[in-house]
Design a protein around this ligand. Sequence first.
Ligand SMILES: C[C@H](O)[C@H](O)[C@@H](O)[C@@H](O)C(=O)O
Ligand code: MG
Length: 401
Amino acid sequence: MPIVTPIKTLPKIKHVRAFTVRGGGADYHDQGEGHWIDDHIATPMSRYPEYRQSRQSFGINVLGTLVVEIEAEDGTIGFAVTTGGEPAAFIVEKHLARFLEGRSPTDYEKIWDQMYFSTQYYGRKGLVVNAISGVDLALWDLLGKLRQEPVYHMLGGAVRDELQFYATGARPDVAKELGFIGGKMPLHHGPAEGVEGLQKNIAELADMRAKCGPDFWLMWDCWMALDVDYATRLAIAAHELGLKWIEEAISPDDYWGYQQLKRNVPKGMLVTTGEHEATRWGFRMLLEMDCCDIIQPDVGWCGGVTELLKISALADAHGKMVVPHGSSVYSYHFVITRHNSPFAEFLMMHPGPTEVVPMFHPQLIGEPVPENGRLKASALDAPGFGVELNRDIAMHRPYSH
Ligand SMILES: C[C@H](O)[C@H](O)[C@@H](O)[C@@H](O)C(=O)O
Ligand SMILES: [Mg+2]
């Protein structure tokens, strides 16, 4: 008679709760006055002069942060934060919770499938997939806490000893001093500001190149603001200044435009995009239409870890790098486990930015930050995503079920 060792069964999911929080954190555009992240940055709304100076003026921070809590029958709580606020809380409480409560947290594939296909008639991308992502991340956090394992162990373990980061912010010169491998700047002027605006962009890049020296990576984040013609002219003008990549230059829906831009840019310059793309199907379009050199899904917006695993494998088959959009510990636990994710993004959330502060401050207690632009894998060695929710911040539960 074979000896049958009983398998460990985890407690079932008892409650799913959704809260909203304002002021920084996962909705990192929700910052106070004078922050670099809201200073005349080019966007698709820059064609309207009244919305050109500030992205908050057109509502970039209108949603706020969604906090998802999943409580198991033994009282263990997994949680996650993402962008979504009150409307996302409604979707979690009134629609998604039914696919988790009473289920095992190990059923994350079936749970994801039911969350996605039950909302497909009104979701597929954007806010709904942000909500699904938040639930999925909280589920992985719960799994890690129940199994007493960091998420990256459950994803296959570290393929390197440490993470290395480039920094996103208005001061690549400071990023270089802080040990980052590169600096990604927001593009300040879009097509509506004509040739004069393009020349100002180039002058800003030239200034940073002079401050950072010839080899430091310099990139532009164009936040969907441009058209193919303007992006092509900008890339050609920036080439002699060693621009490493031009990011999210045009609308995420214009796959054909990205295909053309990738053909137009000077040899050696990379085209990147993806932070506002979602699911394996959206990234399949970017990959099969050869839209870019690096895809940049945000794990809090693309469908969560369960979906990013699929997206990353698809990219790997296409020989493409996956460098997730800055999403704090949620991307660190993923990037450390993937050969085709050789570095990560660190969003500089200090107002200057002249200091390294936790990316989702003040929402996550124990959020690790890079030192000298690096983070050891061992810094992630704590159950789940290794952070706790700061319960001193004002949280609101607008809906229940
Ligand atoms: C810096 C950019 O304008 C965005 O604010 C940034 O969040 C995003 O595009 C990024 O890649 O970090
Ligand atoms: Mg970006």
